[in-house]
Write a protein of this length. Structure first.
Length: 657
């Protein structure tokens, strides 16, 4: 039996430590590593050790009671959404870790939402109960925010101290001594609560099965085997979400958690059926020794060493089969449905690529959101500049949630990411490839426009012996919501054959406005008069004349500076709304409205880009790391005069060198 599970949740909820404890408990390693010391199996990259948090999804293969469980320990920090979604695409179920201390957080709800969109069965594991927290209060909070929550476990207390678990569904209790369970009795003080939750759980499961419900209503006895089968089906169909308790710190409940994985969560065959092998690459990673390694989920079928799979890039030969255990590759004799494959030397494979035998299958895919934070990157030296292109190619292959572009207006090379930490670790990754770059806040791509109608002439006349150059254009510029070119020439004063050249000249001149050299937008250009010479006129002459006309007229049309306005959506807990609104108003933001999404408030506003280039740091400070945001370009708007003058002065100084 195989289970393939994505372990997700808010950053700091204890996922990596729990995964480490499960690996230790099942004999996958002889001692437990610590996140603080950089010694866990999951967090093995230099970036993860430096920041003491997960940056990439790590594979932890567990063997428990003869069954194999592939645990995908995904990052919790929202910046690494590409890794989080990749892990969930590869899984048959999502296990959402929630800290007993912190409760439901924004990362909890975000992970839950992604799992829901992928139609993943899901459950909750409550961690860090040894550090405190009210489990029953958390249970009600989970019910209020996530849906039909059912407690599979309850904490067992002795003399006010947490010592073990009560298995609600199987009517048993255990005290834990050095990580091992010892059968215990439920204390008198807890019996009433345990009975209440047990009855609620049984009834909730029975209600999902028509046959059992009919039998129950008629007073018949519902057998444990039938109840367990109905429980599994209800979880598989997303009708019920069980809540388990697992403590990595106290080593309590690890066995019951693994039992629940096997009992409640679906098998690969239940999710994908049977058939010829079908797999999909959900992440790639560049290893300094093995080169590019592709991680692929085998959704159905079986593979043996030497088998071939088809891809869009041709045949992929699997001379050997490997899975991963953290940074290490583990060779397999065969791979069954549910296996996470690690394919070394996979230069021809990329994220999202489907591998198959027979007919090409349709496999799950989660769209990545657009990145929201950008930095201009500058190579430190000549050698860095020479190697930057190849390093960026590797970086973007590993992490498609990043985006790279060159801004032709500012001349900057821009790296976009999901947040400040995302970009910071991406730049550290470039250094791992041997390329050092300096990251700076990018320049704002301002625009210029006109506020009134103006008209005038542009004449280009040049005589150098032989054929001369002659073009004469009379131009009227008017404010317009977009761009429009109008040809009002009559009587042939400018032959129609030069119309394209005239428009080309206007467009060229509009690339640099009169105020600060920014592109001019939002105008109608009307060519209404002019003259030509039968011999000396040419496309070039009229193009140059049109440029002169535009420059002469635009300066008289009351030019003004425009700034890019972005639609900002901020996701924050209700108690932080006031702080966010005050801050947005200080940033010249225009509040569009506020909605509710689960326990979170969603504030929509229009804000100038210049005011939110480093918004991630501010939001983190205002919300103690519980906030998130998205950013999307909306439109250009006129800048306040005092701010425009400052930008214009700085730009002119820069242009003068």
């Amino acid at each position: 039996m195989i289970r393939t599970v994505a372990l997700v949740g808010h950053s700091g909820s204890g996922k990596t430590t729990l995964g480490e404890a499960l690996l230790f408990f099942t004999g996958g390693k002889d001692h437990m590593g610590r996140v603080e010391e950089g010694t866990t199996t999951s967090d093995y990259t230099p970036e993860e050790k430096a920041h003491r948090l997960s940056v990439r999804t790590a594979v932890l293969p567990l063997v428990y009671q003869g069954h194999r469980i592939y645990l995908l320990d995904a990052p919790g920090y929202a910046d690494f959404v590409g890794e989080i979604r990749g892990a969930m695409e590869a899984a048959d179920a999502a296990v959402v870790a929630v800290s007993a201390e912190a409760g439901v957080q924004i990362g909890t709800e975000r992970a839950w939402t992604v799992a829901e969109r992928l139609s993943l069965p899901r459950m909750v594991v409550v961690t860090k109960l040894e550090k405190g927290g009210d489990f029953l209060a958390l249970l009600e909070d989970l019910r209020a925010t996530l849906g039909p929550i059912l407690p599979a476990h309850l904490p067992l207390y002795e003399n006010g101290r947490w010592v073990g678990l009560i298995d609600v569904l199987h009517d048993r209790a255990f005290r834990y001594e050095k990580g091992r369970p010892v059968v215990a009795s439920v204390p008198e003080a807890q019996r009433a609560a345990v009975e209440k939750y047990r009855n609620e759980a049984r009834e909730a499961i029975i209600e999902t099965d028509e046959g059992l419900l009919e039998k129950y209503l008629e007073g018949g006895e519902v057998e444990d085997v039938a109840l367990s089968r109905a429980f599994h089906e209800a979880v598989r169909k997303g009708q019920i979400y069980p809540v388990a308790i697992g403590s990595a710190g106290a080593l309590i409940g690890l066995d019951l958690l693994l039992d629940l994985f096997l009992e409640a969560l679906p098998s690969p065959e239940e999710r994908w059926g049977k058939g010829p092998p079908a797999a999909k690459v959900f992440k790639v990673q560049v290893d300094p020794f093995m080169g590019q390694v592709a991680f692929a989920r085998l959704y159905r079928g079986q593979l043996r060493p030497g088998d071939n799979l088809q891809s869009d890039n041709g045949t992929v030969r699997l001379a050997h089969l490997y899975t991963a255990r953290g940074k290490d590759l583990v060779e397999l004799e065969e791979a069954e449905a549910g296996t996470i494959l690690a394919l070394p030397k996979a230069d021809g494979l990329h994220r999202g690529m489907v591998l198959w035998q027979g007919e090409q299958p349709s496999l799950p895919s989660a769209r990545l959101p657009d990145p929201v934070v950008m930095r201009a990157i500058v190579p430190e030296g000549r050698s860095d500049e020479a190697k930057l292109g190849d390093a960026l190619r590797k970086l973007l292959e590993e992490d498609p949630s990043l985006r790279f572009e060159r801004n032709p207006e500012t001349g900057e090379q821009l790296l976009w990411g999901m947040g400040e930490l995302h970009l910071e670790t991406a730049i550290e990754r470039l250094a791992d490839y041997g390329v050092k770059v300096i990251a700076r806040v990018p320049k704002v791509p301002y625009r210029e426009t006109i506020r009134k109608k103006a008209e005038g002439q542009g004449k280009h006349k040049k005589q150098t012996g032989g054929h001369g150059q002659y073009g004469d254009v009379w131009l009227r510029l008017e404010p317009h919501e977009d761009y429009e070119f109008v040809w009002e020439i009559t009587g042939g004063v400018i032959p129609t054959k030069y119309m394209e050249a005239v428009e080309s000249g206007i467009k060229e001149a509009a690339k640099s406005g009169p105020l600060a050299g920014y592109p001019v937008i939002g105008f109608r250009a009307v060519v209404y008069n002019g003259s030509h010479h039968e011999v000396d006129s040419s496309d070039l002459a009229f193009q140059l004349a049109a440029q002169l006309a535009f420059k002469n007229v635009v300066a008289q049309a009351s030019p003004t500076l425009l700034e890019p306005i972005y639609t900002l959506k901020v996701f924050v807990p209700q108690e932080r709304v006031g702080d966010i609104l005050s801050d947005l108003q200080a940033r010249r933001g225009r509040i569009l409205g506020m909605d509710q999404e689960g326990a979170l408030a969603v504030i929509s506003a229009e804000v100038p880009l210049a005011e939110v280039l480093e918004y991630g740091r501010t939001l983190s400070g205002l919300t103690q790391g519980t906030g998130a945001y998205s950013l999307e370009f909306s439109h250009y708007a006129e800048m306040p005069p005092h701010l425009a003058q400052k930008v214009i002065a700085e730009r002119r100084a820069e242009m003068q060198g």
